[in-house]
Design a protein around this ligand. Sequence first.
Ligand code: CTP
Length: 396
Amino acid sequence: MTLKDKRVLLGITGGIAAYKSAELTRLLTRAGVEVRVVMTEAATRFITPVTMQALSGQTVWTDLWDARVPDNMGHIELSRDRDLIVVAPASADFMAKVAHGLADDLLSTLCVARRCPLMLAPAMNVEMWENAATQRSLQLLRDDGVLLAGPAAGDQACGEIGMGRMLEPAQIAAEVDNFFQPKLLAGKRVLVTAGPTEEPIDPVRVLTNVSSGKMGFAVARAARDAGADVTLVSGPVALATPSGVARIDVRTAEEMFEAVKKAVKSADVFISVAAVSDYRVKNRASQKIKKGNGGLSLELEENPDILSWVAALPKPPYCVGFAAESENLAQYAKEKRLKKRLPLIAANLAQEALGADDSAITLYDDRGEHPLGRGPKLQLARKLVEHLAGALPQKK
Ligand code: CTP
């Protein structure tokens, strides 16, 4: 796992979102990160150093004049062995200080004296966020290469609604994870399809399947974390869009096909994870079908095979298919790869993978079989990205 043994300095400034830093610390330490916490004086009004010490398992630093640091060089020493400084929450005041190089306490001094990258997770009231001075700070920070995680819009502790909410701890942890991923797909444009499709029978009924979209979303996130520009065409799912991914929502296979036709023009890679419905209802009823006597027959007609269409383009992107089979996995997957003329196919057992958080995947390409093992879908998606990055033509 990429986060194992990474060393992060977590800075906490004064804001009500400081309580979320406790959870962030737990998530990071659980992923194997060694977290050193530095708090401003104001932060200690919101959450105690004792809490942060217990969660990080390390001394928490708050004072520029702390005599425990050898040579009294805490403002320098505390960040020298770090891979990344993350300040969460970063208040408007703190953003302004960093933007202007002010250094009047331990955390701000550490930021000015740093050699490692800095990521800020802003948290403040909407008016403070929109204030011209904060927006100026933001621009300066961006120009200086400071990484920004959020903020998000939504309910605020003060009762107002708007931009300025700190990202949730899991989202900040995901941004940290992203930072440490090798940028194997930098400069590449990746198109991913995910989820099921829904084929209407009448205005209230649909034909669909039990795909949750989790694998496709994991692939989109892994590609984005690898530095790609990612477009995700998704059927109806209940999943949050991975940050930095452009999402297009569709319902039917035909809508998915239209969205893919448009987006594929600029794609270098197409990863078709969606469980596209092979059939649609031929004469869908415009009004709700009433119960009659006896059974009901539906006439189905075939949907376009989106992946085969893309793979048959004169200059196709690098195409990756997914084969979810309930039996004869290797044989069906190999046949599917040849039939659809794909350089790479990922095979998994449908009954194990659909809807689950974990899966087991084997890749098939011209060189043969490559088992990726069993594990969380994001972990498998990262291995898939690594494999395909190695197979892409190196033109740029
Ligand atoms: N696929 C697609 N469009 C379809 C059907 C499938 O793009 N109409 C893609 C899927 O996204 C997947 C691959 O083709 O990447 C294989 O899908 P699968 O449903 O397993 O294969 P089918 O070709 O539909 O074959 P079958 O259902 O008979 O197993």
